[in-house]
Every structure is written in structure tokens, then in C-alpha cells.
Design a protein around this ligand. Structure first.
Ligand code: BG6
Length: 487
């Protein structure tokens, strides 16, 4: 299957950090369709050989196991070429057109890894140059707008040039193996479904914590913040995967219809829930692992009196028959105590206790997304402790069933961007976000953004290297629960 894959923003960070290494892995795994060409588009004055050289140098910064040796790179580099273009200049698109006209392909993928402000222009120009044919697919990287109106404007502009089936909106969390396994666990096994509801589940917690700060992206982050950067997209997509009803089949629209229903059922915000169930934080200087790191306000590109949040914790509910009354907690932040993402499903305790259990212990299922990828089932069991032998009551101890997918599937594992790029080349939309889903997610986060605009208190400080402001623990404690690391 011959393909041309065009990277707009071809010299940018995302291309060399994520996309090229992912394509190289696919090439190494022999899963990249044959007869492909990767065309990078950028403003720098480079020829094909110079671009290949640049990518080879950049590969030196890539994680060791994913790095090609010279011979491998030389073969992979044959696929790479470069077109110099200023995307804001209509006449520049002729150069791309003639490159594409050099050969017949089955598909052409236009990957927009540029500033979103260019999305509309690029789509218009692709149409003006006849580059939006039936075999063209377009990939859009986030952020797709900064609120509902700007998101709609982008979706409308792109929708005038491409049909929805040609549009691949990336949320790289959907490409993570653990998220696909969450769906497989729910819909490929009968075991959990009877328990997967309000009668048996006490609460659900989604945590996406990062140890890193904003790094070199201070000025980008200033206009973004954790709610737009992580909650509107990644965290809500995880919530959908947990809460959706079984789709009628495995087709993209069947899955996306069910996710949309979850987003539509999220409880609407009220002034009371906005002030009590949403906590925003901002990291201050701290000493994680004994090393001192600056606070957010001292980061490059950040306004010293900024009120941008680097942490969000919130509580919501899904107003439908399956989930009514079950709290869903979402928590994400930068410069936190650990880099890890997991979902914890906390089951209700047994209805009648004949054993003594350690305080607050009940069954839990933990879905680890990263760094570990696996499932952990927390059970209670009876060890032969001397105490119980002496007849002083039978006490249970927590035990874990631990499934490590990396160990089990090892080298067959496919990374998020590799999975998503292969899916785009294959025309498979299952793991991509439809415009109505995206708009619904914006509709839900917008009241929070508006509330913050009028809230002079600003974000609560938390020291770098901690789990965020104590108000986040207080919020969940009011329901009688605690975050997973506090058990
Ligand atoms: C991106 C955000 O979408 O996801 C980043 O813009 C964040 O701020 C990143 O660091 C986290 O992704 P991952 O895969 O490293 O958890």
C-alpha cells in the first residue's frame, strides 16, 4: 500500500521527539506499509540530505532502545524527504503539490503538527490546490482551540475541506496500550461487567501525575494550564473509557457514540460545585529527590504574577442509571511526587462483615497506565497469623493480584504514537476523537474556566515534589474517601 505522509511542522519538537521515533519503530517492526514516503514540511532552508542528517542527530537524544544504528538509519532515511514552505504563503503549496504529483499512492496523510492558528489556513490552501482528494486524510494535534468557540471554529474550517471520516484528531492517551487494554478488559471479558456499576463501586479515581515541570514550554503553558492541557482531553477520554456502555460493535462510530453519551451525562456545574469540587494549584519551589527546582512563577516564559494552574483535582458524577451517585475524581499536575498515571476503581465493602478487615480496606482494581502498564486487583485474604490462631478474631490482610503487560507481551508492545500513526495509515478511526465528543468536552470544562476568571483567589500553591495542595485531599475526604497514595 503506497502512502505519502506529510508532516507540517516537520522540524518541530513533536516530529523528532515522538513521530519519527514511532515511525522508525513501526519500520523496525515491519509494520509500516511498504512503499511509503515521509515528507517533512518546514520553513528552514534544507534539502533532503540535510533534513535526514538533522533527524539522525536528533535520534541521538531518543531513548536508547528506540534508537537506530547507522545501518538501520540509512535504510529508514530513504523514506524521508523535505519540502521548504512558508505555510502562510499560498504560492508555497505548489511545491508540495508537485512533490506529491511525482507518484501515485493509495493514501496521502497530512499531519498538522503546527501551531493551531495555522490549521485553518493550511486546510484552505490544501483545498485551493486540489490537495483534499478522497484518498487524503488529515491528522490534527492538540490543542484544538482554547475554548468551545475556538474549537468549533477549527472543526468547522477543517470540516469544510474534509469529511469527518477523513479527520483524525489525536489524543495520544487513546494510543497507550493500557487504554486499549482497559477496553479489552471491559468488553472482551465477562468477569467485570456485572460489578461495573453504582451498586458495587464506591468511587473512581483518575490520576495523571508528572514529576517534570513545564520545562521549555513556559510561554505555551501560560495560555493553556492543566485543565486545557490534560483534563479536557486525556483525563476525560480515560473517564469515557471507564464509564461508557458496551458499544454495539468495535467500529469507530459505535465506540464514539458511547463516549459521547458519557460526556453528555457528566453532571453540569453549579456555583456550589464549582467552588467546592474543583481545586486548582500551582507549584512553588521545592526539593524533590533532594534537588532544588524553581517554582512555576520562576520558570522561563512565565508571567511572575501568573494565575495559570499546573494542578487540577476535581470531583464529578455521571448522571445515568449505571453511575448515578458514584463520585469520579480526576487529578493531574506537574511537579508532583511521582510520574505515574493510573485509574483506581474502588469497590464497596462487603455488605456484612464476618471478618475483621484493616481499616478502610475493600477491593480495588488499579489500572496502571505508566510507567508500569498492567492491572492490579486488591483483595483481602487470610494469612495464618498467630493472633487469629489464638482465636482473637479473624483478621484479613490485603493481597494483590498483579498483572504486568510489559512482562507478558514484552517486545510485541506498540507505543502510543506508533499505534496511532499505523491506524491513520490504515484509515482506522477507533482511537481518534470525533468533533462532537471534543466539543462536548469543551462545553463541560468551560464553566470551570469562566469561574476561575472571576475568582480572585487564584491557584493554591503546592511545593514541587508533592501530591498537590492539601485542599485536594480535603475535597475527597469530605466524601469519606482518600487518594490512592494516602491509603
Ligand atoms: C501532553 C501535554 O498532551 O501530554 C503535556 O501537552 C504532557 O503537557 C503530556 O506532559 C503527557 O503525556 P505522557 O504521555 O508523557 O503522559
Amino acid at each position: 500500500m503506497a502512502f505519502d505522509l506529510v508532516f507540517f511542522g516537520g522540524t518541530g519538537d513533536l516530529v523528532w521527539r515522538k513521530l519519527m521515533p514511532a515511525l522508525f519503530q513501526a519500520y523496525r517492526h515491519d509494520s509500516l506499509p511498504e512503499d511509503g514516503r515521509i515528507i517533512a514540511v518546514g520553513r528552514d532552508d534544507l534539502n533532503d540530505a540535510q533534513y535526514r542528517q538533522q533527524i539522525q542527530t536528533r535520534f541521538e537524544q531518543v531513548d536508547g532502545a528506540k534508537r537506530p544504528n547507522n545501518e538501520e538509519f540509512a535504510r529508514f532515511a530513504q523514506l524521508l524527504c523535505y519540502v521548504r514552505m512558508d505555510l502562510s504563503q499560498p504560492q508555497a503549496y505548489a511545491a508540495l503539490k508537485s512533490r506529491l504529483a511525482q507518484r501515485e499512492t493509495d493514501s496521502v496523510v497530512m499531519y498538522l503538527s503546527t501551531a493551531p492558528s495555522l490549521f485553518t489556513t493550511v486546510c484552505e490552501q490544501l483545498a485551493a490546490h486540489g490537495l483534499n482528494t478522497a484518498k487524503t486524510r488529515i491528522v490534527l494535534e492538540k490543542p484544538l482551540g482554547h475554548d468551545l468557540a475556538s474549537n468549533r471554529a477549527i472543526n468547522q474550517a477543517v470540516g469544510q475541506v474534509f469529511k469527518e471520516q477523513q479527520i483524525f484528531r489525536i489524543d495520544h492517551y487513546l494510543g497507550k496500550p493500557a487504554v486499549q487494554n482497559l477496553l479489552a478488559m471491559r468488553f472482551g471479558n465477562a468477569l467485570f461487567e456485572p460489578l461495573w456499576r453504582r451498586e458495587h463501586i464506591a468511587n473512581i479515581q483518575i490520576t495523571i501525575a508528572e514529576e517534570l515541570g513545564v520545562e521549555k514550554r513556559g510561554s505555551f503553558y501560560e495560555t493553556t494550564g492543566a485543565l486545557r492541557d490534560m483534563v479536557q482531553n486525556h483525563a476525560l477520554q480515560l473517564l469515557c473509557a471507564i464509564a461508557m456502555e458496551p458499544p454495539i460493535n468495535a467500529h469507530a462510530d459505535a465506540i464514539r457514540d458511547e463516549k459521547l453519551k458519557v460526556l453528555r451525562s457528566l453532571k453540569r456545574w453549579t456555583p456550589e460545585t464549582l467552588s467546592q469540587h474543583v481545586i486548582r494549584g500551582q507549584y512553588s519551589a521545592g526539593h524533590p529527590d533532594g534537588q532544588s527546582v524553581p517554582g512555576y512563577l520562576e520558570e522561563k516564559g512565565v508571567n511572575p504574577s501568573s494565575s495559570t494552574e499546573t494542578f487540577v483535582a476535581l470531583r464529578t458524577e455521571i448522571a445515568n442509571w449505571r453511575w448515578a451517585g458514584v463520585p469520579f475524581y480526576i487529578r493531574t499536575g506537574k511537579r508532583m511526587a511521582a510520574s505515574e498515571a493510573h485509574i483506581e476503581i474502588n469497590f464497596r465493602p462487603t455488605p456484612h462483615a464476618i471478618y475483621q478487615s484493616p481499616m478502610g480496606q475493600a477491593n480495588a482494581l488499579v489500572i496502571h497506565l505508566q510507567p508500569k502498564d498492567g492491572l492490579e486487583l486488591h483483595l483481602l485474604a487470610q494469612g495464618q497469623s498467630k493472633r487469629s490462631q489464638a482465636g482473637q478474631g479473624q483478621t484479613l490482610s490485603p493481597v494483590h493480584l498483579d498483572l504486568d503487560f510489559d512482562k507478558r507481551f514484552g517486545s510485541q508492545r506498540v507505543g502510543a504514537y506508533e499505534r496511532l500513526l499505523l491506524d491513520v495509515l490504515d484509515g482506522r478511526l477507533n482511537l481518534f476523537v470525533r468533533s462532537d465528543e471534543q466539543e462536548e468536552a469543551w462545553r463541560w470544562v468551560e464553566p470551570i474556566l469562566k469561574h476561575w476568571q472571576n475568582d480572585s483567589l487564584g491557584p493554591r500553591p503546592y511545593a514541587a515534589g508533592t501530591w498537590g495542595p492539601s485542599a485536594a485531599s480535603a475535597m475527597i475526604a469530605r466524601d469519606g474517601f482518600c487518594w490512592s497514595e494516602e491509603t
